[in-house]
Ligand binder design. Structure first.
Ligand code: ZN
Length: 352
């Protein structure tokens, strides 16, 4: 029998990760928003929110479904707060992603994972849909870059320690039926020397022996002020991917997720990912305007000049957690419909 992943149609739509949370679960349109429930009510609330997120995606025609990160407050800290060796009470102000100051947790001893973090979440998601499922984890370099390290005193050593932890987690999640495990590495767009020296190696350590597809998501960040002003300094053409794509093309990672819609990323850079599945960002997450299906289709058609059709996965540029729910629902629908338009053209050439 074919797995859900093997049964995917052409141009299977998927999302980079997060979706907005319901207003009864967490404060809307906010990153790292505190929970509004506690105890058992919180556990139930998270699961109900996952049901809603799954149903939103299925209705929109999304083929590889995620839990919308409804059970986590933040894509990096949500994982790290389950580990030992990290102090989340006395935070420290440091510059992260080389562009903004944030109060981050401190590494105070060896980092370890006392127990599996997301097994229950994956069991629940696997039971909630028959579609192919994706689960996102933070990448080792991005974890290192969201902390103050008082113990390892080496970004590389700390990254490798995280990579081992992520590897155990990813193997378990794959065994529970996840089709795609995606590591989020926005830091790959910032520290090019480190990506070359140890970043890709850490990522490969994290995916070693994982028996499902593995992906890496590299973006220019959520549509928050610090990122928007950083993007203004990047010039007419954003060529950051030019540094990392050739390294990823040689790596064991199966899929790469990148920003494309409304960005200044030259489309031809996707040609550097030869041999990889490419998740093409067709939805801008940094504004509230809902794309039309035709606009999504146009991005996919342009990408087809550089990516073979069986390797093209229409996607969002990044997570949608800071957006209004109605906006996110509209963008999801546009993504599903836009992918369907191009799928129809590929099946019946010349009828567009
Ligand atoms: Zn992102």
């Amino acid at each position: 029998m074919k797995t859900p992943f093997e049964s995917l149609p052409l141009f299977p739509a998927t999302i980079a990760g997060s979706l907005p949370k319901p207003a009864w679960l967490a404060e809307p349109e906010k990153l790292w928003a505190p929970w509004k429930l506690e105890g058992r009510a919180l556990d139930e609330g998270k699961r109900d929110a996952v049901r809603v997120a799954v149903s939103m995606q299925e209705k929109a025609g999304i083929q590889i479904v995620s839990d919308g990160e409804q059970t986590r407050r933040h894509f990096v800290n949500g994982y790290m707060e389950k580990l030992e060796g990290i102090d989340f009470t006395n935070l420290k102000m440091v510059r992260i992603r080389n562009r903004y100051d944030a109060n981050v947790p401190r590494v105070v001893g060896p980092v370890t994972r006392p127990k599996p973090v997301h097994s229950d979440d994956v069991k629940f998601l696997r039971a909630a849909t028959t579609k192919a499922i994706k689960f996102t984890l933070p990448g080792p370099m991005t974890m290192v870059d969201t902390l103050y390290d008082e113990h390892y005193r080496s970004r590389e050593k700390l990254a490798m320690a995280f990579a081992q932890i992520l590897n155990q987690e990813a193997r378990e999640l794959a065994a529970l039926g996840v089709d795609v495990i995606q590591f989020d590495e926005p830091a790959f767009n910032v520290y090019f020397d480190e990506v070359r020296d140890w970043g890709v190696a850490a990522l490969e350590r994290a995916r070693q022996g994982v028996e499902c597809k593995t992906a890496v998501h590299i973006c220019y960040g959520y549509g928050i002020e610090a990122n928007n002003s950083w993007k203004k300094t990047l010039g007419e053409e954003w060529r950051q991917y030019e540094n990392t794509f050739p390294l990823l093309a040689k790596s064991s990672i199966d899929q790469v997720s990148l920003e494309c819609a409304n960005s200044h990323v030259p489309m031809e850079l996707m040609a550097l990912l030869k041999g990889k599945d490419v998740m093409v960002g067709c939805i801008d997450v940094a504004n509230n305007r809902v794309e039309t299906p035709e606009e999504v289709a146009r991005v996919i058609r342009n990408a087809l000049e550089y990516v073979p059709k069986e390797r093209l996965f229409p996607c969002t540029n990044c997570g949608m957690v800071p957006l209004h729910r109605d906006v996110a629902a509209g963008k999801l629908a546009a993504l599903g419909l836009g992918a369907a338009l191009v799928r129809k053209e590929a099946v019946q050439p010349g009828t567009a």
